[in-house]
Ligand binder design. Sequence first.
Ligand SMILES: Nc1ncnc2c1ncn2[C@@H]1O[C@H](COP(=O)(O)OP(=O)(O)OP(=O)(O)O)[C@@H](O)[C@H]1O
Ligand SMILES: [Mg+2]
Length: 264
Amino acid sequence: MSVPTISTHNLSISYWSKNKRIEALQNVSLTINAGEFVSLIGPSGCGKSTLLNVIAGLINSGTEVNGSFNISGIKEIGYLFQKQTLLPWRTVIDNVTAPLEIRGVSRHERRKIALAMLEKYGLSGFENSFPRELSGGMQQRVLLIRTLIYQPDVVLLDEPLSSLDAQTRAIVQDEFLRVWRDTGCTFVLVTHDLDEAIALSQRVFLLSARPGKIVKEFQIDLPPERSAIAIRTDPKFQQIQREMWSELTTQVLQPDRGISLLKT
Ligand SMILES: Nc1ncnc2c1ncn2[C@@H]1O[C@H](COP(=O)(O)OP(=O)(O)OP(=O)(O)O)[C@@H](O)[C@H]1O
Ligand SMILES: [Mg+2]
């Protein structure tokens, strides 16, 4: 039986900025089960990062929260923030071990854990390199290792691959799938890339323009043992892709809102 690990009920979040209320999320109700891979897609500014911040417990006191959310039972959350980068003045190993350093793990133990993880994810031999000496895909992998190093049970990824070219992106997507299968963690991914959401997830939530509401939930019935690259030619993948685009263009990017992808 699936165990819910994250749930929200009629959750609305508003920020106050210069005495102006900005409603980011409106009546969002969702449940994410332990061990699931879920994606959130929706237009810029619809509250995707806000939702991840809620899950991570990073909503500050000036923010208006209505409705409820439950994240009880989560021991550790790994959060790869939007536009997060490695510390350029630190080597790969010193970047990767930073979360353990903060938790007071001894230097010897930190290095042991980090070296094992770097080896597991194909980065052996690069531990003393600086981020500038790595390719974009390798840097992204180091960021992922840093997110996973204290063995979180929930991993939040906010557009982690947006800076990568299409090919590198596909390779790292495959690695994300492998990590998800290996660790059994719950993954919540925010992406603007519909194909990426379908290739990786078990369920995808489509949000409307701000204030973000859930427009539709897609069940992605593709085998978990799939390759993020090869699955794109699967007729089932393509069918979900068509449905998603159709929903996006009719429900989210409506011409009367001035945001249309359709040529007139
Ligand atoms: N700390 C804050 N203070 C005030 N307004 C905020 C704050 N954080 C977000 N907002 C506003 O809330 C809305 C939702 O922001 P959020 O960053 O969650 O969107 P998003 O869906 O992640 O967008 P993008 O796809 O561009 O990253 C936006 O209008 C944004 O300006
Ligand atoms: Mg965002």
